[in-house]
Design a protein around this ligand. Structure first.
Ligand SMILES: Nc1ncnc2c1ncn2[C@@H]1O[C@H](COP(=O)(O)OP(=O)(O)OP(=O)(O)O)[C@@H](O)[C@H]1O
Length: 285
């Protein structure tokens, strides 16, 4: 397994894991938008979507459910552009129906019984170590930044543990996504990262204020600044905040590239600024 790991990720410069303490706070959105922003910055990027509970990144990038195949070095990711600068591999590509129970498509079908068993017992640990193997089973080729492993909610840290076991801790650079008020859940993830020696790249506060679709003014409908506060409290870097923007959710629903469609928006500036801070931290690490 380790050999495989080294092979498939040997030409990948950085691995950034996008985590949160709970569901629905915008892991997929932040992963997708950061990947697109990195691509705009001229980087070659890959996304690994390991959200078993509802892989949504293929929809966000408008790639549907292509038939994926394996080459000698693993699963061949799907490229979202002609220049092959944004690669995507999603666990959803291997499922019969991503909207239904976990049932692998094609050759992975023999996992079905095992997965069903683990699913019903909610014993995710072995399931996630299998996801860890999935990470190393993708033939990424040469990439600057795979912006995520988008980790499934629930037990994302099992993926970190897998990497630790694989002696690749230096790749583990989590970006933690929080909403302004749900910082307690992320705090637990930070504690875990610190205890296990996993380096934290920083915190992103998502849904930070609401952008009015009529006048574009941003109002703080919830409290603001929880992410920055948490960063200070835990000695982590604050990467920036992204507002709740109806134009962003519309772009995501329609599979359109927000960074291309709304380059003059404040939300785009926020995403670009996070992307730049991320790149600087990765380069100076
Ligand atoms: N900044 C934002 N502006 C507008 N809509 C957003 C923003 N962030 C997330 N959303 C919307 O919120 C919903 C949940 O986001 P997303 O799927 O990215 O969360 P998640 O943490 O990946 O969820 P899950 O844990 O279920 O996988 C989506 O409909 C997404 O379009």
């Amino acid at each position: 397994m380790e050999q495989n790991n080294d092979g498939s990720l040997s030409q990948v410069r950085h691995v950034v894991l996008v985590l949160s303490g709970k569901g629905g706070v915008g892991k997929s959105t932040i992963t997708t938008e950061l990947a697109l922003a990195l691509r705009h910055a001229g980087k070659k990027v890959g996304i690994l979507d390991v959200d078993l509970c509802g892989p949504s990144i293929p929809r966000m990038l408008c790639v549907g459910r292509p038939d994926v195949h394996q080459c000698d070095s693993g699963w061949v990711p799907v490229y979202t552009d002609a220049q092959k600068s944004l690669a995507l591999m999603s666990i959803g590509f291997l499922l019969e129906d991503p909207d239904e129970a976990v049932v692998w498509r094609g050759p992975k079908k023999n996992w079905y019984a095992v997965l069903q068993l683990y699913w019903s017992l909610t014993l995710f640990i072995d399931l996630f170590s299998m996801i860890g193997q999935f990470v190393s089973d993708v033939a990424w080729g040469e990439l600057d930044v795979p912006a995520g492993g988008h980790a499934a909610r629930g037990r994302p840290m099992n993926i970190c543990q897998y990497w630790r076991i694989s002696k690749n801790t230096e790749w583990m650079v989590p970006v933690l996504v929080t909403t302004p008020q749900s910082t307690g859940d992320v705090r637990r993830e930070i504690t875990f990262c610190k205890k296990t020696g996993v380096r934290i790249l920083g915190i992103v506060e998502n849904m930070s204020g609401f952008v009015c679709p009529h006048c574009s003014e941003c109002s703080n409908i919830f409290s603001k600044g929880g992410g920055e506060e948490l960063a200070k409290l835990t000695g982590s870097m604050f990467l920036g905040s992204v507002p709740l923007d109806p134009l962003l959710s519309k772009s995501i629903e329609e599979g359109r590239d927000f960074t291309e469609s709304f380059p003059d928006s404040a939300t785009f500036s926020a995403i670009s600024s996070i992307c730049q801070t991320l790149l600087n931290s990765l380069e100076t690490a």
